[in-house]
Design a protein around this ligand. Structure first.
Ligand code: J9Q
Length: 253
């Protein structure tokens, strides 16, 4: 997978090259290029924003600068295009007004050969940048949650980590992704509690069933605790979960 990120704070994305993702890049499983939006400014002040039409607080990012940047970065075939394909990238624009970024969206993105992320700051990017880009590539405006950040860079880090860990070969043990919260094999439920050695710590003991060696009982306990935790913390996730009679009996307890 090829990932391009356009931002006015390129150094903000430096952690993408650390740890698991850094290893994935070193192993060629992932290619990441970060571009400074100011490289496409033409004035001495390298202005990237201006006052909003209609008045109001804050600044809006200029369409000309973003237009030139995306023309260059999203050119296919072009420097960034993977395998020099003429298929355009999917443009992902983090914004508080976007559709929710979920594990299902992460799995969708993990199938894409090329993602370009546009990091908006201030009050966002002039809407015509999105509308113009949508004329030649798929564009997705996504939100990572109902809170307001200063810019899209942190959201890009979240999205890239959630997507990259799904790529074949990135996780040491691919089975671990199968048991994640929200994963299909867990019916979209939250994961239950986890434990490791010692058996007793500060007079708190590991549940006996986890040391029983009875795998059927352990699987049932994990499902039950996932159901109980989901019911307590995110009951709306139960609406879409495929529950059997045993599951419903747990919830009716
Ligand atoms: N608040 C923001 C400001 C700028 C760019 C993205 C966001 C965002 C993305 N998901 C939630 O918020």
């Amino acid at each position: 997978m090829r990932i391009d990120v356009v931002t006015i704070f390129p150094d903000y994305l430096a952690p993408l090259r650390e740890a698991l993702l850094g290893k994935a890049i070193d192993r060629g499983l992932l290619e990441v290029a970060v571009h400074d939006l100011r490289g496409w400014t033409h004035d001495v002040h390298k202005a990237v924003d201006d006052s909003p039409y209609g008045g109001g607080p804050g600044m809006v990012m200029k369409p000309q600068v973003w237009g030139d940047a995306l023309d260059a970065v999203c050119a296919s075939p072009g420097a960034g295009a993977p395998q020099d394909t003429d298929t355009p990238p999917r443009l992902v624009v983090p914004t508080p007004s976007g559709r929710p970024f979920t594990q299902a969206v992460a799995e969708e993105y993990a199938e894409e050969p090329w993602l370009v992320f546009a990091c908006g700051r201030y009050e966002g990017i002039d809407q015509r940048v999105i509308d113009d880009a949508a004329r030649r590539m798929p564009v997705d405006e996504v939100s990572i949650g109902d809170y307001v950040l200063v810019g899209g860079e942190v959201a890009v880090m979240v999205i890239v980590e959630a997507v990259a860990r799904l790529l074949p070969g990135v996780l040491g043990n691919p089975a671990s992704a199968k048991q994640d919260s929200f994963s299909a094999s867990l019916s979209g439920l939250l994961e239950g509690p986890s434990y490791t050695r010692p058996e007793v710590w500060r007079d708190l003991a590991v549940p006996d069933v986890l040391r029983s060696g009875n795998h059927a009982a352990i699987e049932r306990w994990r499902r039950d605790t996932a159901l109980e935790r989901t019911f307590a913390r995110r009951p709306e996730l139960l609406d879409d979960a495929e529950l059997d009679a045993a599951d419903r009996a747990v919830l009716d307890r």
